[in-house]
Design a protein around this ligand. Structure first.
Ligand SMILES: [Zn+2]
Length: 204
């Protein structure tokens, strides 16, 4: 395969990128000066070495050889509350609102409405483990499901409630959703702090 086609194939694997956009990226790079392309290549190579993934909430964070992120490691974090989001960008939005001081869990994706199996990027097993661990210490009181307001988000919300129902019976924590205060089609990633503040206030 020639280098142009090869790079197009790589870009096509990126989320939301089709053949046409992949081609545009490649020709964009060909027009750029060599320094830019070298620096980009180096940054891509470094990213796996300079970024860690939190073993507790699965957030990607800057820092090498660290096991837990700033939020999980901070003793001021309220460990009676666990907030589930789809992805890292949603975590950023909630954190920016400064209205939530509890623990987080990055689910890694949503469960499609029409499926028999949970996609392997959704961390259901890991979620159950962490909920059990935090319940056993007797501290977990509330789980907040904070997913985007669309059919897939709502489907995942119901799915998570089902998955957690046995643990809930056993340990008696509350499960609430961030849905109220957010309108249909809302994506947390693009929500402003004020909207998130209201949603957190009105959670049920
Ligand atoms: Zn963490």
């Amino acid at each position: 395969m020639n280098p142009i086609d090869k790079l197009i194939e790589y870009f096509k694997e990126f989320p939301g990128i089709g053949e046409r956009q992949a081609k545009r990226f490649v020709y964009f790079l060909l027009r750029k000066n060599p320094n830019y392309v070298n620096e980009l290549g180096r940054t891509i190579t470094d990213i796996k070495n300079s970024i860690s993934q939190c073993q507790s909430c699965f957030l990607f964070f800057s820092g090498k050889d660290k096991k837990t992120c700033e939020v999980c490691a901070n003793s001021n974090t309220d460990n009676t509350s666990l907030l589930i989001v789809e992805k890292d960008a949603d975590f950023e939005s909630i954190k920016k609102s400064q209205k939530y001081n509890g623990m987080y869990f990055i689910l890694g994706g949503l469960v499609p409405v029409i499926t028999k199996e949970t996609p392997n990027f959704v961390r259901v097993k890991e979620l159950k483990n962490i909920v059990e661990k935090r319940s056993k210490t007797g501290k977990l009181k509330e789980i907040i499901i904070a997913l985007s307001i669309n059919p897939q988000g709502e489907h995942t919300d119901l799915y998570l409630r089902e998955v957690l129902s046995n643990l809930q019976k056993l340990y008696n924590f509350n499960i609430v959703s961030l849905g109220r205060g957010l309108s249909t089609g809302t994506e947390l990633e693009y929500s402003d702090s004020e909207t998130i503040k209201n949603a957190l206030k009105n959670r049920e």
